[in-house]
Design a protein around this ligand. Structure first.
Ligand SMILES: Nc1ncnc2c1ncn2[C@@H]1O[C@H](COP(=O)(O)OP(=O)(O)OP(=O)(O)O)[C@@H](O)[C@H]1O
Ligand SMILES: [Mg+2]
Length: 257
């Protein structure tokens, strides 16, 4: 299977993973290079979140190899993976809802030693990307709109200047104008050289901004290639249609587990 870039930042090969005795991922191989957006698409329950969880150390793969930035990270502890520069913004935006926007951003650098200057630079970069987070810095995070909370979750991750940012359904529940803003922010991060692994239910939108894509079905990669080729290929249709041609679980708002 071809991989994006000659020397990908992340290379996961032949991954098997699941929950207890339930196997979800079977022989999954994916790669992501710096400055590229890689989309993972597939219908509800295909294993997209499980793959992200396995890459970020929340799930242990039962087999397979994961190399990130030249180091093997399969089975490594989550904090070691975060320290290596791989950050995961999970589905559902895990924020400290009763704390202020500013505090939530600060919490993103937990355990990091930054100089005053480094901290200021990172905050400036975040506020440049998401001016609304400066405007609302004193409000509690729980009072933000869904889109603003998603921006805050990304901002938190940006405090660590990730090499690879994994986003699980960043558009979930957002109004279209906010979806545009979040996708624009992802493009800006790519322009800064960050590698992005994007799981997105808005498949067309994801494939529009992605460089490369993988289609997952029942825990397996059934197709991969340049995003524009995937967008017009048969695999996408197959992955989103039921046995009898009826669309299954592809509509926004229809959730699996
Ligand atoms: N904590 C869990 N324990 C047991 N099974 C789980 C758990 N989480 C997910 N699964 C199962 O693993 C399979 C893959 O789920 P996963 O959440 O990875 O899919 P997904 O592609 O992210 O789907 P969605 O689009 O609904 O988010 C599903 O069959 C799901 O029911
Ligand atoms: Mg999911």
């Amino acid at each position: 299977m071809t991989t994006p870039g000659a020397q990908p930042l992340l290379s996961a090969r032949n991954i098997y993973a699941g929950y207890g005795h339930v196997r979800v991922l079977e022989n999954v191989s994916v790669a992501a290079a710096a400055g590229h957006i890689v989309a993972l698409v597939g219908r509800n329950g295909a294993g997209k979140s499980t793959l992200l969880r396995t890459l970020s150390g929340l799930n242990r793969p039962t087999a397979g190899e994961i190399v990130f930035d030249g180091r093997s990270i399969a089975g490594a502890r989550t904090h070691a993976i975060v320290e290596a520069g791989l950050l995961h913004v999970a589905e559902g935006r895990r924020l400290f809802r009763r704390q202020s926007v500013a505090d939530n951003i600060e919490l993103g650098r937990y355990g990091l030693r930054l100089s005053v200057e480094q901290r200021r630079q990172r905050l400036d970069r975040i506020h440049e990307l998401f001016p609304v987070l400066r405007e609302k810095q004193d409000l509690i995070a729980g009072g933000l709109s869904g889109g603003q909370q998603q921006m805050l979750a990304i901002a938190q991750a940006m405090m660590r200047e990730p090499k690879l940012l994994m986003l699980d359904e960043p558009s979930l529940g957002l109004a279209p104008v906010l979806v545009d803003q979040v996708l624009d922010a992802i493009l800006s991060l790519r322009a800064q050289g960050v590698a992005i692994l994007l799981v997105e239910q808005m498949v067309e939108r994801a494939l529009e901004i992605a460089d490369y894509a993988y289609v997952l079905q029942n825990g397996r990669v059934i197709a991969s290639g340049p995003a524009h080729e995937i967008a017009s290929g048969d695999a996408l249709h197959k992955a989103f249609m039921g046995e009898h041609g009826a669309p299954v679980g592809a509509e926004p708002g229809v959730r699996g587990s």
